[in-house]
Design a binder for this molecule. Sequence first.
Ligand code: G3P
Length: 216
Amino acid sequence: MQIFLDTANLEEIRVAARWGILSGVTTNPTLLARERGAGFEETIKEIAGLVDGPISAETVSEDADGMVAEGVEYAGWHSNVIVKAPSTPAGLEAVSRLREKGIRCNVTLVFNANQALFAALAGAFVVSPFLGRLDDISHDGMDLIREIAAVFEMNPEIETRILAASIRHPRHVVESALAGAHIATCPFNVLEQSMAHPLTDRGIRSFLADWESRKA
Ligand code: G3P
């Protein structure tokens, strides 16, 4: 299981990169809009300078020609750029055409296993099932990861990776690993929460107090 950061915030990326756990970054138009004043191309290039791994940059056209044109442009920014296209018929066509050009794609907004399978058949490098958004509407997002993993496993010709997205809390990370996801893309607060445990804090306080007591 690899950990990606789901953000366009450069400071969050710098911190997580220092921890030595970061294998890539995913962005989307919402995350980029939060970083007011930062240009899209400039931000993606800066991220690529901080993390040596796949960096997802999302298309915003609704037709295949537009997505392909955007994808070709994004891929020219850095060799680690992965073009994000939505799980729609136009997105499939764009992924198929971009793959022919040697450009890797992340099919996003995946909410059922059919979408994941079709994305894989079109040549997606990764598919992004959205766990949290399914949980939000009272569906079990983890069931979707399990189903996609089972379908991919039964079809060994599929090389597409499963990227668990819309992660809301640390249990989503470990459960998606157990369910067969290859990557979890996490908001920064989930990375912080993942390392927080009251027994760790209590243990540190107790060790430090005992260490000090030996001087008394
Ligand atoms: O970047 C895709 C996905 O991770 C977004 O998650 O929290 O907006 O549902 P969220």
